[in-house]
Ligand binder design. Structure first.
Ligand code: PLP
Length: 387
C-alpha cells in the first residue's frame, strides 16, 4: 500500500481520512475496555457510559436535543434502509413512497426492491441544475403515502435539496420525512429541532470516522418498527451487542465535525472555488454540473467533454491524484451516472465527468498540484479519444 502522504486526495465524498484523534479514541475498546455495555457490573457500565457520550456527540452534530433519538447502525446504508423499513412496517395500510431520481443507491435500490414487494414509488425528477422543487413533493404526496425519502445533499454533485421547506410540507400533510444527510453532515449546518424531519441518516466514514458505522436519528413520535429484534439494545430500535469502538469513533468524529463546521465555509469553500476557477480557466469547454448556490462547500462535479471519465480517473490515479467519476459506491460500473442522466446532461458531458471532493485535510498545496495535473491529463485523454 502506498502511504496517504503520497496522494493528492480529492475523493472525500467516497470516504474520508480517519482523524488521528478518532483512531486514538478507539484503541482502548479493542484492548483493555472490552466489557459488554449491557452488563450490570461496573466494567460493562463504564462502556455503556462511553456509548452515551458518543450518542450525545452525534446528537450535537445534528442539533438533536434528545440523545436517545440516536440509533447507531453499521453504515449510512443501514440507517437509510432501517428508516424506510421502520416507517413502512409501522404503517402497514400505506403502500406509497415518494423519493427522487437522484438518490444514493441506499435509498434508490431499496425503493426498487420494495416495488417488487407491492409498494408504489414516485421518483421525482430534478432540474438541469440538480435541484428539487418542494411543490413537486407536495403534489406527489397521496393519502396512502407512507413516507417521503430524500437526500439532503447529493453525493455526486453536492447539490442540496430544500429539506427545511420539504419538511414543512410533510408536516402539514402529516407524512413522515426521512432524509439522507450522509453527505450533508459536517459540511452544512443541520438542526433537526428547526427542520421537522422524522428520521435522518449519517455515516461515520464521511466525517473522518472509520468505515462500518452510521447513525439514524428517529424523532419522538415517529411511527417506527425495528428491523433487528433481540436483546433490545439501542432503546429497542436496533438489537445486537454494540460495536463499541466504532461507536466511540463516530462520537469523536461527530464532535470534531461539529467544532470544525464554522471553518468549512472559511477554509474549504475558498479552496474548492480556487480549484473550480483554475480548472475552468485551464480546461477548454469544461463546465460545472449542479447549482452554484445550493451546493455543499466541498464538492465539484466537472464535465470535460471529449474525455472519458474512467480513463481520466485511471490516468489521474497513475499521477497519485484520487478523484472519482460518478458514485464511488457503485464503482466498477461504467454506466453513466443516474444523477447526471436525471439532470439531462448530453452524452459528451456525461462521459467526461470528474467528481472532486475536499475535506478539512485538503491543503493549498493539494489544490496547486491538482491544477497542475488535471488539465494536462484531460488534454491527453482528449487526444486519445476516438473522433
Ligand atoms: N447516502 C449517501 C448520500 C452516500 O453518499 C452514501 C455513501 O457514499 C451512503 C448513503 C451510504 O453510506 P455508507 O457508505 O456508510 O453505507
Amino acid at each position: 500500500m502506498t502511504p496517504d502522504t503520497e496522494w493528492t486526495y480529492l475523493d472525500n465524498n467516497a470516504t474520508t481520512k480517519p482523524a488521528p484523534e478518532v483512531v486514538d479514541a478507539m484503541i482502548p475498546y479493542y484492548s483493555t475496555c472490552w466489557g459488554n455495555p449491557s452488563s450490570l457490573h461496573e466494567f460493562g457500565r463504564q462502556v455503556a457510559t462511553t456509548i452515551d457520550t458518543a450518542r450525545n456527540q452525534v446528537a450535537q452534530l445534528i442539533g438533536a436535543r434528545r440523545a436517545s433519538c440516536i440509533v447507531f447502525t453499521s453504515s449510512g446504508t443501514e440507517a437509510d434502509n432501517l428508516a424506510i423499513y421502520g416507517l413502512l412496517k409501522a404503517q402497514p395500510d400505506k403502500k406509497h413512497i415518494v423519493t427522487s431520481q437522484v438518490e444514493h443507491s441506499a435509498i434508490r435500490i431499496f425503493c426498487m426492491t420494495l416495488e417488487k414487494d407491492g409498494y408504489e414509488v414516485t421518483y421525482l425528477p430534478v432540474g438541469k441544475d440538480g435541484t428539487l422543487e418542494p411543490e413537486d413533493v407536495k403534489n406527489a404526496i397521496r393519502k396512502d403515502t407512507a413516507c417521503v425519502a430524500l437526500m439532503w445533499a447529493n453525493n455526486e454533485t453536492g447539490v442540496t435539496f430544500p429539506i427545511q421547506e420539504i419538511a414543512k410540507i410533510c408536516q402539514e400533510l402529516n407524512v413522515p420525512l426521512h432524509t439522507d444527510a450522509v453527505q450533508a453532515a459536517g459540511k452544512i449546518p443541520i438542526d433537526v429541532e428547526q427542520t421537522a424531519v422524522n428520521t435522518l441518516a449519517i455515516s461515520g466514514h464521511k466525517i473522518h470516522a472509520p468505515k462500518g458505522v452510521g447513525a439514524l436519528y428517529i424523532a419522538r413520535g415517529t411511527p417506527f418498527r425495528p428491523m433487528l429484534c433481540g436483546g433490545g439494545q439501542e432503546h429497542g430500535r436496533r438489537s445486537g451487542t454494540e460495536n463499541v469502538a466504532q461507536i466511540v469513533a463516530m462520537g469523536v468524529a461527530a464532535q470534531l465535525s461539529f467544532e470544525h463546521l464554522p471553518l468549512v465555509q472559511q477554509e474549504i469553500t475558498p479552496l474548492r472555488d480556487q480549484l473550480e476557477k483554475g480548472l475552468l480557466e485551464r480546461i477548454p469547454d469544461a463546465h460545472i454540473n449542479g447549482s452554484s448556490n445550493m451546493r455543499t462547500p466541498n464538492t465539484t462535479n466537472l464535465s470535460c467533454p471529449g474525455a472519458d471519465g474512467e480513463g481520466l480517473i485511471l490516468a489521474l490515479s497513475a499521477e497519485k491524484v484520487a478523484a472519482s467519476t460518478g458514485s464511488a459506491c457503485s464503482a466498477g460500473s461504467t454506466e453513466p451516472s443516474h444523477v447526471l442522466v436525471a439532470m439531462k446532461l448530453n452524452r459528451q458531458d456525461l462521459q467526461g465527468t470528474l467528481r472532486l471532493s475536499l475535506s478539512r485535510y485538503t491543503t493549498a498545496a493539494d489544490i496547486e498540484r491538482a491544477l497542475d495535473i488535471i488539465p494536462r491529463v484531460v488534454a491527453s485523454r482528449r487526444r486519445l479519444a476516438p473522433r
